[in-house]
Design a protein around this ligand. Sequence first.
Ligand SMILES: *Cc1c(COP(=O)(O)O)cnc(C)c1O
Length: 370
Amino acid sequence: MKVPQFLPWIGEEEYAAIGDCFARNWITEGPQTQLFQEKLLELMQVRFGVFAPNGTLAIYLALRALDIGPGDEVIVPDFTFIGSANAVEMAGARPVFCDVHPGHCQIDLASAEKSITPRTRAIMPVHIYGTVCEMDAVVDFAHRHRLLVVEDAAQAIGVHYREQHAGTFGDIGIFSFFADKTITTAEGGFVVTNNSAIHEKLLFLRNQGRKERGTFIHPEIGYNFRMTDLQCAMGIVQLEKLPEIVRRKQEIIALYRQLLQSVPQVRFFAPPAHAEWVPFRTPVFCERAHDLMTFLTSREIESRTFFFPLHRQPAFRYLQDDSSYSHSLEDGHFPQSITAYEDGVCLPIFPTLGIEQIEYVCATIREFYG
Ligand SMILES: *Cc1c(COP(=O)(O)O)cnc(C)c1O
C-alpha cells in the first residue's frame, strides 16, 4: 500500500468553477475574486483583506504596508518554513531568530525578549501546523516592547484562539492557498487587517500605486500582486468544503492517537491552551525519528521531517558577516528548535486519507519499534 504525505482534495466542483470563468470570459481579478474575498472576511470576522500571488509575497506586502525595510529587524521563530524569513529579507529588513516552545513549537517569548534591539520593529508569530500561538501573551509582549505584530497564519485558516480567527490579533496577518495548505487555489495569498490606514497602503502597494484600475495616474510606487478569478473561483469551492476538511482532519488525528497510544516512543504534538487545532500535518515527536522515516519510506509511506532550524540555514549565513547584526546564530540559543527537527516526524494527513492507510502507517510504526 502506498501512502502519500499529502494530496489536495480537488475535483469536479473546482473544475466546473474554473469552467464558469471561461464561460463568463473573465479570468483575471473580477467577480469571483470579490466574492472569495467577502467570504474570507466573513469567515475570519476581520474588516479588510487583499489578495497576493502567494503566501511569501503576502508577508512581503504586509511588511511593506507597515513600512518595515532597511535598518529594521523582525523577530521570526527559528522553527518555521523559510518563506517567513525570506519575505523579511525581501523587504530589506533583517530576520532575527528566536526559539520555540517544546511540545507545540510555537514562538517562545522568553527567547524573543533576548533578541530585542533598538532596531526591532516587529514580531512574527507563526501559527505552526494548524494551531495558534498563545496570542494573548504575544499581543501583550508586543505592546510592552512597542512592536508591530505580523501573524504568519499560512497554515491556520479556519483555526481559532479563544474563538477569534488566527491572523486577526495583530496589526496584520497573512494566509497561503498553496496546494498543501488547508484550502488551496494552487497558489495564492491573503493579507488581513482591522486597520483602515494599513488597508489603504496595501491597496496602493498591490495595484501599481493607485487605488482603482482604469486610471494611469499613479500617486505612489506600487507593484502587481493580483490573483486571478480562475484561482478565486476554485477558492470559493474549497471554502465551502472547509467544514468537511476540518472534520475529516480532526477524525484522522483522533484515529492516529488511538492507534499509537500504546507506542511509548511516539509523543503527540500538543496545541497551546485555548487554541483550536486543524492539523496541517500529523506532527509527532519520536525516538530515532530519522531512522523511523527511512523505514517508512521503505514501506512506501511518505513522511516529512520537521522544519530545518533557520539559524542553521546556509542561506542565512550572510547575517553573521554583517557587523550591524548583533545576534548569534549559535546552536545554544535554539535548543527546542533543534530538538523539534531531530525528533519530529510528519505522518500523512489529507482529507481523502483512508482508514486502512492510517492503520497501515500505525502498524508499520509499531513494527519499527517492535
Ligand atoms: C506555506 C507557508 C508560507 C509561504 O506560503 P507560499 O504560498 O508557499 O508562498 C509561509 N509561511 C508558512 C508558515 C507556510 O507554511
